[in-house]
Write a protein that binds this ligand. Sequence first.
Ligand code: ATP
Ligand code: MG
Length: 553
Amino acid sequence: MSEEKSLNFIEEIVEEDLKNNKYSRIITRFPPEPNGYLHLGHASSICLNFGLTEKYGGYTNLRFDDTNPVTEETEYVESIKADVAWLGYKWENELYASDYFDTLYEYAVKLIKKELAYVDDSTSEEIATLKGTPTEPGKNSPYRDRSVEENLDLFDRMKNGEFADGAKTLRAKIDMAHPNMLMRDPVLYRIKHAHHHRTGDKWCIYPMYDFAHGQSDSIEEVTHSICTLEFVPHRELYDWLIERLEIFPSRQYEFARRNVSYSITSKRKLMQLVNEKIVDGWDDPRLTTISGMRRRGYTPESIRDFCDRIGVAKRENVVDMGLLEFCVREDLNKIALRRMAVLDPIRLVITNYPAGQTEEVLSENNPEAEDNGGTRPIPFSGELWIEREDFMEVPAKKWFRLAPGAMVRLKSAYIVKCEDFVKDDKGNITEIRCTYIPESKSGNDTSGIHVKGTIHWVSVQHAAEAEVKLYDRLFSVENPGEEEDFTSYINKNSLQVVNKVYIEPALATAKPGEKFQFIRKGYFTPDKTSTPEKLVFNRTATLRDNWAKESKK
Ligand code: ATP
Ligand code: MG
């Protein structure tokens, strides 16, 4: 497929660089901040970074951008590693920006010695006031002209913990009138007396993003440092620092953030949903976190396919959630085992089937599978569960399922004819009574009868019971991320729990991770909480795009 596809703009840059021998090999990195779980936006960055080195050779590092000691936790590091690996990518090195704290400190000293950095006693408010505006130049700090010796001494004492949080900063000495506000003497280091998840209490000064990211790229000899568009104005500073420090010339390239309709792709907002218990943890199957999608039954292949199809853009736009669902259906159709499950059961009694008799019928596991999937035996008997919606007392036009006097095929078994039905005193139908045609058994049908409808079923005496969770979109608006009070747009019907679902015996041993198609009902996978004693299935996706149909109504 990739042969025919045109190159995205980053691939064009890489091919050009390789052609000009600018680099001997490509090195990229995926640099998450470990302050939450990864989501679909990250997946697109992962596929891009790892995809490039898969295609052009070289390698990709997994680098934790852990320069902020306050928000980062080891739990997030572990979940991020699990998610990247699950997506199917292997990083060359597992690295931490905090591993570079010593080197970064030396870099800062180097800048001070070159008279390109100074210690500033201004408060953050004072710094902000002197910064100017996009249309007005800023003003120099009164501390800007400290001598190299004084700066070295103060910076050393900052490191040694002599000063309180916020009392001093280290700033680059660039130009307070620079048209790019980020170049107006940006802060490089701040004081923060906080415990770090890896360096413990060794440091009380921490580098800012701009003094950590590019330098880490350079230390790792990253050739193409890909980030999202909000970092465009940072590129000038990225280059300035690398040039002044005379270190490996990594280059930054920006692409548009990927947002998906009806979902949230921001760790901060996801965290709010989790903390306020609006969802069942980071891996709630309604979330487009990677762990949520995994729990819901999405495959790594389907997510990679989605990322490949949406490609790389220079402008932000919202990708239709329907495309993600399309990708998962495409993949599951090929791999999911077909099984029978009745979600809204009503009893069907075959009056002419010998009392007490049972037999096995053979049903295909997956006619769409490359290897044809084989068959499995399913027990059949004279009392079955079928879906309530497969019977109509007064049939509509073109109704090919059950109705008084109508015939239908029971999937992989016999043709039955509805003779009668039973109602309780409230008028609810409680039982459907049929006769079957013994010569009509699937695979050996000599009855000569042709019916248009086929329905699924489960034998009452052999059925296992399960709980099923049906999901709808978590939000009722297309761009929840744009609403500040986004939690008030939660779709109240996004989770429907169905109890007493009857499933065929082959499903009784289903384990989390396995993929099924419940015939006519959608794609399902056992939830992580599912046990043989209490089976719980998540619906990954419906068989068709019901939602597009609904929204057009
Ligand atoms: P969030 O706002 O969710 O915290 P972030 O950009 O702060 O996102 P990081 O952990 O810093 O998250 O990001 C790691 C990498 O993933 C970065 O290179 C970032 O640009 C990329 N990334 C994050 N969100 C998206 C997105 N929606 N689309 C594409 N790439 C993304
Ligand atoms: Mg971030």
